[in-house]
Every structure is written in C-alpha cells, then in structure tokens.
Ligand binder design. Structure first.
Ligand code: HEC
Length: 277
C-alpha cells in the first residue's frame, strides 16, 4: 500500500514536470525571447595591446608616468584612488622629493583633525596619504554628477571584464547615437551615448575630449588615443601593482615543474634499468 502511494506521488511529480516542459516549449515558440536594446547595441571592448599582456608582460614605467599625469590632470577632479598612496608612486620611478612635491601640490586637500583644537580641518596631502576622494561623501558626489556616482578607480580594471581594454574603449568610445537606436534608449538629459558602457548611456561627460589635453613631460604626442591608453595602463597598475611579480613567479614555477618532470623521468629510468619490460 505504502509502495503504491509512493509510486503515485512520483507519477504526480512527473506529470507536473511534463506539463511545465510542454508549456515552456510552446511558449518559447509562440513568443520567442526578444533581443534587448542593450544586447543589440552594446559592443565588446576594442582590441588593444599593452606591454603587460601575456606571461612575459611588464609595465612600461614611462607609460605609467604618462597615465598618472592624465589621471592627475583629468580624472582626479571626479575620481579618487582610495587604495593607492602617494608614496606608491615610487614604483613608477618617481624620486622621494618628487613624490613629496606631488602630494603637497595636489589640488584636493585631505580631511584631518586639528591636534590643538580637536576640530575637523583640511590640510595638504603628504606622501603617506591615499589619493583623496574629490567629494566629501556620496551625496556630494551625486549632487555634482547628475545623480550618478563616479566610482573610486583603484580597482576598476579588476572590477570589469577585460579591464584595461574596457577603460580604453570607454574613454575612446563616445559617439553620436546610431539613427536606428529606439527612442527609449537615447541619452537623456546629462547622459552620453557610449556603446561600450553596458547601459549604453552614462553620466560621465567625455573626459578625454581633444588631442593635446595634457602636455606630456616625456614629449610623447598626446593624442586622445595615447592618453586613453596611458591612463588605462596606469589604472591596471593601481589595481595590480604586483602583476610583474605574479608573472615572474608563474614562469619560475613552470620552469621548476619542467626540471622536476625531467628528474622524475630520469629516476624512473634509473630505478627500472635492471628490469626487462
Ligand atoms: C566630470 C567628472 C568626471 C571626470 C573628469 C571623469 N569621470 Fe569617470 N565617471 C564620472 C561619473 C559621474 C561616472 C559614473 C557614470 C555612470 O554611472 O553613469 C564615471 C564613471 C567612470 C568609470 C566607470 C564605468 C563603469 O563601468 O562603471 C570609469 C572606468 C571612469 N569613469 C574612468 C574615468 C577616467 C579614466 C577619467 C579620466 C580620463 C574619468 N573617468 C574622468 C565622472 C567623471
């Protein structure tokens, strides 16, 4: 009796599953899933190559310095680098005195407490400070940016697929919306069309708008493309300063495994040398 009941319950479940399968399939054919506007117009990041690509890749210090210059002169007005301190710039080849000067002349001051009065105050940055956020808090950031929040850029190249190529594509990807873009996907007030942004429209005005927007200290021609590439490389360094270490360790481990394999094979030959196969 119990067994019969069990079989009946099982059959009941099977019946429900079968019904939902049939309705699912007929529904799929009667109303095929429509492609979303974002899906149709969104573009994958452009192909762009960097010196740090591949297992032997290394940062180009000269490029990182140029990228830092773009960050400092353009992006820092809206984006902080919460996880990077001024003194980390030593890794890009800046001397201690240069770093102190960069921190001291930084346009955004750092909140602090006056040790004598205990009152909150603002002071000039020092080498040990992180790159300050230009806004006091999220409310202030949104108020200044059409209710959008400029994210901290320390880890942005890690936080997005194909990070460096994505940032590069985003910076060079602003364009007029295509004629066949439906009305509901057209950029509203204060938004800009950019097919590399998942949502197609973003609240960041094109930050790199003209060739020659910065004047590079090393004499490189500051085209828009060059500036976008350099700042993307810089933001890869901020997100992964130990990338070169990681590459080196990977290669060392592979070499070690190779040698260990050869040794293992030779000792196998040695151990079984006296035996006939
Ligand atoms: C005028 C302020 C402003 C400047 C200058 C600016 N940004 Fe932005 N940025 C924003 C805002 C606002 C957003 C948020 C956009 C949104 O969510 O629609 C943003 C978003 C971003 C994003 C994130 C996109 C994503 O996938 O979420 C990246 C990357 C970025 N900015 C890079 C840069 C770089 C690099 C520079 C300098 C070359 C720069 N920004 C300069 C305001 C600015």
């Amino acid at each position: 009796m119990v067994r019969l009941l069990g079989a009946l319950v099982g059959l009941g479940f099977l019946l429900v599953l079968a019904i939902s399968l049939v309705t699912g399939i007929t529904g799929f054919f009667r109303e095929p899933p429509t492609e979303t506007i974002e899906h149709k117009f969104h573009q994958d990041p452009k192909h762009v190559s960097f010196s740090f690509d591949g297992p032997f890749g290394k940062f180009d210090r000269q490029q990182l310095q140029r990228g830092f210059q773009v960050y400092k002169e353009v992006c820092a007005a809206c984006h902080g680098l919460n996880l990077v301190a001024f003194r980390n710039l030593a890794d890009l080849g800046y001397e201690e005195a240069e770093i102190k000067a960069i921190a001291n002349q930084w346009a955004i001051e750092v909140p602090d407490i006056n040790p004598e009065t205990g009152e909150p105050t603002m002071r000039k940055a020092i080498a040990a400070d992180r790159f300050p956020n230009p806004y006091a808090n999220e409310v202030a950031a949104r108020a200044a940016n059409n209710n959008a929040m400029p994210p901290d850029l320390s880890l942005i190249t890690k936080a997005r697929h194909h990070g460096p190529a994505y940032v590069y594509s985003l910076l060079t990807g602003y364009q007029n919306p295509p004629a066949n873009l439906p009305k509901e996907a057209r950029p509203g007030q204060g938004l800009y069309y950019n097919p590399y942004f998942p949502n197609l429209n973003l609240a960041m005005p094109p930050p790199i708008a003209a060739d020659g927007q910065v004047t590079y200290a090393d004499g490189t021609n500051p085209t828009r493309d060059q500036m976008a590439k350099d700042v993307s490389a810089f933001l890869t360094w901020t997100a992964e300063p130990f990338l070169e270490n990681r590459h080196r360790t990977g290669i060392a481990v592979l070499l070690f495994l190779l040698v260990a394999t050869v040794l293992a094979y030779l000792s196998y030959r040695q151990i079984w040398a006296s035996r006939k196969h």
